[in-house]
Design a protein around this ligand. Structure first.
Ligand SMILES: C[S@@+](CC[C@H](N)C(=O)[O-])C[C@H]1O[C@@H](n2cnc3c(N)ncnc32)[C@H](O)[C@@H]1O
Length: 286
């Protein structure tokens, strides 16, 4: 990473590089004049500050879809914070997400956990601001991050998010991670997104990338269809509730998004956003 004319060169590869794809899509929607689904001035600012050939992601045709996904995830985090003011969000694989600024209620504590090369980029562009906003260089699969959640934080006040992460993990590892969170954070929550099986199969066959072929997503390992969300409960006997969230309404054809889980044909193309609650004695997370 180097700074040139105040623009910061970001060189990432493989899965970490995908954070720039998501960032670009958010910024493109947030830049839209007139009606837009997302306000995210920080994403716009980041794209303008980063020296990276964003054009290789092709036209941001996915921007609206990403915005609907983000609106759905943000709304669930806001619901959590409304129920647990001053709660702690642990954002696994957060990349350059700017969700903290979109949902901040002035009290939330935020721990961003990502791979070392990504955290280096995040700390440069979005410096930590402890005690409310911290980042940790640690794989989500290295459960030592759990020890960093905070002294005396009650586990029912913890929401773990994994946005754009679990599709890169084999199914057993993804479900093992959810189960480990259920063990460690009784009364807590887990929020994640999952890609449909057909899309994962197309990615694995090498058939998914930007329209002009200049960017190809890394291999996705795990997918599940929107109809399968209840199966997530099998990951741990401590899971007491699994909800598949409804998308908000978008523009044009995306006006159908709130019904997309019901429409045959669309259903198999639709990503799932899943909110999980853990039962058990919600004592301290320490
Ligand atoms: C598709 S990006 C998602 C970024 C962000 N959550 C978003 O939605 O814009 C995937 C992210 O997962 C991170 N990642 C990949 N493997 C990881 C792991 N084992 N532990 C933690 N983060 C990981 C990458 O560094 C990257 O930031």
């Amino acid at each position: 990473m180097s700074a040139e004319n105040e623009r910061i060169k970001v060189e990432l590869e493989g899965v970490p590089e995908t954070l720039l794809w998501n960032l670009y899509n958010r910024a493109e929607e947030a830049r839209r004049p007139g009606s837009r689904l997302l306000d995210d001035p920080r994403a716009v600012e980041l794209v303008d500050r980063i020296d990276y050939p964003f054009e290789r992601f092709g036209a941001a045709s996915m921007a609206q879809w990403h915005a609907l996904r983000i609106r759905c995830l943000d709304d669930e985090v806001r619901r959590f914070l409304a129920e647990r003011p001053g709660g702690t969000v642990v954002a696994l694989g957060e990349g350059l997400e700017t969700q903290f600024w979109r949902v901040d209620d002035g009290r939330v504590r935020w721990l961003s956990v990502d791979l070392p090369e990504t955290v280096e980029v995040r700390r440069t562009l979005l410096p930590d601001d402890p005690p409310r906003r911290r980042s940790l260089a640690c794989s989500a699969l290295d459960l030592r991050w759990m020890d960093e959640v905070g002294d005396g934080v009650a586990s029912r006040d913890v929401m773990v998010t994994a946005q754009g992460l679990l599709m890169y993990l084999p199914e057993a590892e993804a479900k093992g991670l959810i189960a480990a969170c259920a063990e460690r954070f009784p009364g807590g929550r887990f929020l994640f997104d999952a890609l449909p099986r057909a899309m994962v199969a197309r990615n694995q066959a090498g058939a998914l990338g930007s329209s002009d072929g200049r960017y190809r997503a890394p291999r996705w390992e795990w997918g599940m269809d929107v109809t399968e969300y209840r199966k997530v409960a099998a990951a741990s006997p401590r899971i007491t509730e699994v909800r598949s969230l409804r998308f908000p309404r978008g523009r044009g054809l995306y006006a159908l998004a709130p019904l997309s889980h019901r429409i045959p044909g669309l259903r198999s193309l639709r990503m799932s956003i899943i909110a999980v609650r853990f039962g058990g004695d919600p004592g301290s997370a320490e």
